[in-house]
Design a protein around this ligand. Structure first.
Ligand code: SD4
Length: 307
């Protein structure tokens, strides 16, 4: 039976991303095409320092990108530590569609992208370089929790927000009733060279099961990986949890294992089920998400949180 399409994504920069996805969904297009098109928006937004081009570099100054994508048949593709390519989500999709593999990393991922027509592009912008050099001055290498809604401000107007690490995770349901998801990030700002977070890891940063729903995450990836967060959220929805209740249970899992540490970090989950119901939950306040459907294309909601 035909369903009402919907697309949801993490953070305020999810609004323009959703709108790109919506153009496809609203024309009867496939959720997979929608999430790819949506994720490509922040990937080239030079004001966004946590996804794609202009993302903050690692602590040695290299911008390294992580992304994954998953479709309604359970196919998936991922790239991690990809350098010099500004649409990692599209490379991830090609890994899914054109190789026998799921996950390419580093040099090999870049080589695959170049062989498939992607152009080598400098991803470090003067602004991001400046933020990195600022950070180097008294680098404590301690990521702090997000300060919401500051991502569109120039770096030098972001005191205390230089370690921001926010990812776009997007989930869509199309008119055929099929679900897909995408997740793309430059990872934790000023991370160690070679560090990979949850975002490109199927089951951690993203998971989609077309019978049940999809989930994605943002925040400190290490905690999400340890708890296989997005898979957990989907499995809880399978057991009958609402999207929000499933996200909360996954957050509780993280908090209960390490209560002291959890007070200092942010993790947020976002979920969409097969009926088009959605919800989110985060450790800390300040996690927002964007919802776009036939009624409204630029809705921004605040997630509930424990702290
Ligand atoms: C990561 N979760 O690399 C990703 C990016 C991030 O808020 O930090 N998102 O850990």
């Amino acid at each position: 039976a035909p369903t009402q399409p919907i697309v949801i994504s993490t953070w305020d920069f999810g609004i323009p991303a959703n709108q790109a996805a919506w153009k496809i969904l609203n024309n009867g297009g496939r959720a997979l095409d929608a999430v790819e098109a949506g994720a490509r928006v922040p990937e080239v937004d030079l004001n966004n320092h946590s996804v794609g081009r202009a993302g903050y570099p690692d602590r040695d100054g290299h911008v390294t990108l992580d992304a994954c994508i998953m479709d309604e048949q359970g196919n998936c593709g991922a790239v991690a530590a990809l350098e010099y390519i500004d649409h990692p989500i599209s490379v991830a999709r090609l890994v899914m569609e054109k190789t026998p593999h799921v996950f390419l990393v580093g040099e090999g991922a870049m080589q695959f992208a170049l062989e498939n027509g992607f152009k080598k592009t400098k991803l470090l912008t003067p602004e991001s370089e400046k933020a990195w050099k600022e950070w180097l001055k008294d680098a404590k290498y301690k990521p702090t929790i997000n300060v919401e809604n500051k991502l569109y401000q120039p770096v030098d107007k972001l005191p205390g927000n230089k370690f921001n690490h926010d990812t776009i995770g997007m989930l869509a349901l199309d008119a055929q009733g099929n679900l897909s998801g995408a997740c793309t990030t430059s990872g934790m700002a000023f991370k160690m060279r070679g560090r990979v977070g949850d975002s490109p890891i199927i089951g951690a940063g993203l998971y989609v099961d077309n019978e049940v729903g999809g989930a994605t995450s943002t925040g400190v990836g290490e905690e999400v990986i340890r708890n296989v967060g997005s898979f957990l959220v989907v499995e809880l929805m399978r057991q009958g949890y609402s999207p929000e209740a499933a996200c909360k249970a996954a957050v509780d899992r993280i908090i209960n294992k390490k209560p002291a540490k959890a007070k200092e970090i942010q993790v947020g989950f976002l979920a969409l089920n097969k009926k088009g119901e959605y919800g989110a939950y985060a450790i800390q306040s300040g996690f927002s998400y964007a919802v776009c459907n036939g009624q409204k294309q630029d809705l921004l909601l605040k997630s509930k949180s424990t702290y």
